[in-house]
Design a binder for this molecule. Structure first.
Ligand code: DMJ
Length: 455
């Protein structure tokens, strides 16, 4: 499947950000700006490497060496470029040792730094790579920046400081953390919106899915990647998860555990496909949890995995919808037409893989295999892989996009699910939110200014 996705991108979309597998041409969205930055190449590199597709890896490396240029007049998403490009380049560097990846990651990071020039130091969502001018998404509440965007920079930025010896990156993300620590949190929850001019929360919406998700993930992973020295991050994670369990996690009438969203003073009994990553996160955070509740969090991870599997199993295509409800007699099923699509997302498979690593219960491989077969049957087209618009329809239509995260994440997690545990052991590697593995840093003897955890 990886060969099919890559070869078709190579043939029809080379250098473009993504591929339209039916039209057989390049594709892009506003997150990548208006420039051809080869997002699929950068996102796919480490998957190619791990799978032993070394010729393809070398081709990708050559393209990056010769063509990947960041001095372009293009406005990109700081978050997306960080997780896909900087994360992808750093992972490729750590796996292969090829300097070009480190050099490009550092060049790109330099272009993102102007996004932090706001009155509070909370970065803009978008930055123009040439002018350095930043701004926020027009749709975000009251000109706010997004929690899951400015809160998902930590891993990559700490690695950049580690690799360059320049504390600037580390200081930027630690500043964000310090600011968040000082703020009041309604019910102990972090709202999704924060205004970078005033330092005040926007609307009090809280989500473990879109707009919130990877902020929580990076608190846990900051602790893990510091070899468990960054106890400040672990405490923030534990506090946040306790509030989430209290206010957002419920059991449906049919006994399915789900994570809802806090909106306008009440709990919306709806869960997104994106939220399904949390099963894996709970399992990953079980060891080291407060009051020795490891068993509890592993169980919670298993319950979320089960619910998300049900969201797949209750469809015609055996692929999960974008969002599903637990309301009005409905359980784990999408209600609105515009929530019935599957765009090759990884989160459910990601959770299967973490649960597999921690339990070795064969049902996770079984569920992963069901998803593999469904993707291969319903999303494969002759020009690559496409998302589908309605997972409840027996004759689905295609969205004609092969997302770069399909190669970075979905296929990588599937490959890992069917590999031995000694391929990227979790004691030594921490995966960024785009599934790019970064090594645990043993920094006891290294100085990264500011945080005692790194002294
Ligand atoms: C990916 O870019 C990352 O996993 C991100 O954290 C959330 N969205 C997509 C995949 O669905």
């Amino acid at each position: 499947m990886m060969k099919h996705a890559w070869d078709n991108y190579r043939q029809y979309g080379w250098g473009h950000n993504e591929l339209k597998p039916i039209a057989r041409k390049g594709h892009s969205t506003n997150i990548f700006g208006n420039s051809q930055m080869g997002a699929t190449i950068v996102d796919a590199l480490d998957t190619l490497y791990i799978m032993g597709l070394h010729d393809e890896f070398r081709e990708g490396q050559e393209w990056i060496d010769k063509n990947l240029d960041f001095s372009v007049n293009s406005e990109v998403s700081v978050f997306e470029v960080n997780i896909r490009f900087i994360g992808g380049l750093l992972a490729a560097y750590y796996l292969s040792g090829q300097e070009v990846f480190k050099i490009k990651a550092v060049q790109l990071a330099g272009k993102l730094l102007p996004a932090f020039n706001t009155p509070t130091g909370i970065p803009w969502a978008m930055v123009n790579l040439k002018s350095g001018v930043g701004r926020n998404w027009g749709w975000a509440s009251a000109g706010s920046s997004i929690l899951a965007e400015f809160g998902t920079l930590h891993m990559e930025f700490v690695h950049l400081s580690y690799l360059t010896g320049d504390p600037v990156y580390y200081n930027k993300v630690m500043h964000i953390r310090k600011l968040l620590q000082k703020m009041d949190r309604p019910n102990g929850l972090y709202p999704n919106y924060l205004n970078p001019r005033t330092g005040r929360w926007g609307q009090h919406h809280t989500s473990v899915g879109g707009l919130g998700d990877s902020f929580y993930e990076y608190l846990l992973k900051a602790w893990l990647m510091s070899d468990k020295m960054d106890t400040e991050a672990r405490k923030m994670y534990d506090d946040a998860i306790e509030a989430i369990e209290k206010h957002l996690i419920r059991k449906s009438n049919g006994g399915l555990t789900f994570i809802g969203e806090w909106k306008n003073g009440h709990l919306e009994r709806k869960m997104g496909h994106l939220t399904c990553f949390a099963g894996g996160m709970f399992a990953l955070g079980a060891d080291g949890s407060r009051d020795d509740k490891a068993g509890h969090y592993l169980q919670l991870g298993a319950e979320i995995a089960h619910t998300c599997h049900e969201s797949y199993d209750r469809t015609t295509l055996k692929l999960g919808p974008e969002a599903f409800k637990f309301d009005g007699g409905v359980e784990a099923v999408a209600v609105r037409q515009n929530e019935k699509y599957y765009i090759l997302r990884p989160e459910v498979i990601e959770t299967y893989w973490y649960m597999w690593r921690f339990t070795h219960d064969p049902k996770y491989r079984q569920w992963g295999w069901e998803a593999t077969q469904a993707i291969d049957k319903y999303c494969r087209v002759s020009g690559g892989f496409s998302g589908v618009k309605d997972v409840y329809s027996s004759s689905p239509t295609y969205d004609d996009v092969q997302q770069s995260f399909f190669l970075a994440e979905t296929l990588k997690y599937l490959y890992l699910l069917f590999s031995n545990d000694d391929l990227l052991p979790l004691d030594n590697w921490v995966f960024n939110t785009e599934a790019h593995p970064l090594p645990v840093l043993h920094l006891a003897n290294t100085t990264l200014s500011g945080n005692p955890a790194y002294r």
